[in-house]
Design a protein around this ligand. Structure first.
Ligand code: PAF
Length: 282
């Protein structure tokens, strides 16, 4: 396995692979890799001849008061995990390699990026779309892998790929959870022991909402009301949103219909965590 921070080196390697007729999978990450990322790399390795993992804390997807400077980083541990999962190349650029001092071109999306996380993080998806578009141009993968935990991000990327005619298959992969239910996230490392316990309300709320839908409940106000009650009962938790939306358009639903996304974002202390489930009603 190789690691490089240089765009031209990635291009040269991928060109050489493609000349030999090999397929390429890309797993875009911000590093500090955990089992969730590993499941994406494993899947990419199973479905492609070669796998590139990008490991880049993308500054332009963080808002001014967000955690860019404290976002956890550990490239040595990332290398080990990538190697074990069967990656062939890690792309680990410096911010200057990705963004020229006079960088001035962004990918902006309407609607799909505006609700849920887009409401409290208004420039986030512009940063995500821009960096993912750049990574797609650099790596030119056949397939790219994203976790379902970031459900809105997945919907946004799918829309970008469709709208801008990118010839890349987007593969969404299931949420990976800790044994007690907490969805794996690099941000879980911010939690104190107390907060780690309190963070369980997210998965509890999600599992409860899902159980209600399995029992046949379809009304958003009932499902979200009960989920919000669970979240409100935890003193260390402050709900940012709990919403039911169409999983592709991210537009709100009063009654579940089609592919439904029920998503929550909750502050545990100062750490903002997200979780969700998808439910199909046909
Ligand atoms: O999901 C993430 O880690 C990031 O948003 C991504 C897709 C790697 C873009 O920086």
């Amino acid at each position: 396995m190789n690691i490089t921070g240089v765009i031209e080196e990635v291009r040269a390697q991928v060109k050489e692979w493609k000349r030999r007729g090999l397929s390429v999978g890309l797993v875009p990450t911000m590093g500090y890799l955990h089992e969730g990322h590993k499941s994406l790399i494993d899947r990419a390795a199973a479905e492609n001849d070669r796998v590139v993992v990008s490991d880049f804390v993308n500054p332009i997807q963080f808002g001014v008061n967000e955690d860019l400077s404290t976002y956890p980083r550990d490239i040595e541990a990332d290398k080990k995990l990538c190697q074990a999962a069967g990656a062939d190349l890690i792309f680990h650029p410096k911010p200057e390699e990705m963004y020229a001092a006079d960088f001035s071109t962004y990918v902006e999306m309407q609607k799909v990026s505006e609700g849920l996380c887009g409401k409290s993080r208004p420039t986030h998806f512009r940063g995500v779309c821009t960096v993912v578009c750049k990574l797609f141009h650099i790596v030119t993968p056949d397939r790219a892998y994203f976790g379902q935990k970031d459900a809105q991000q997945l919907a946004v990327i799918r829309r970008m790929v469709r709208d801008l005619d990118m010839d890349i298959q987007i593969v969404g992969c299931p949420i990976i959870r800790e044994e007690d239910g907490l969805a794996k996230s690099s941000r879980n490392t911010y939690l104190s022991v107390e907060e780690r316990k309190a963070a369980l309300v997210l998965s509890q709320a999600v599992f409860h909402g899902e159980a209600l839908m399995k029992q046949g409940e379809r009304r958003a106000d009932i499902i979200l009301g009960e989920m919000r009650e669970i979240l409100a009962a935890e003193p260390l938790a402050r709900t940012d949103y709990a919403e039911m939306v169409d999983a592709d358009s991210i537009q709100p639903l009063d009654v579940a219909e089609g592919r439904v996304l029920v998503a929550i974002a909750v502050f545990i202390g100062t750490t903002r965590l997200i979780d969700n489930f998808i439910f199909e009603v046909f």
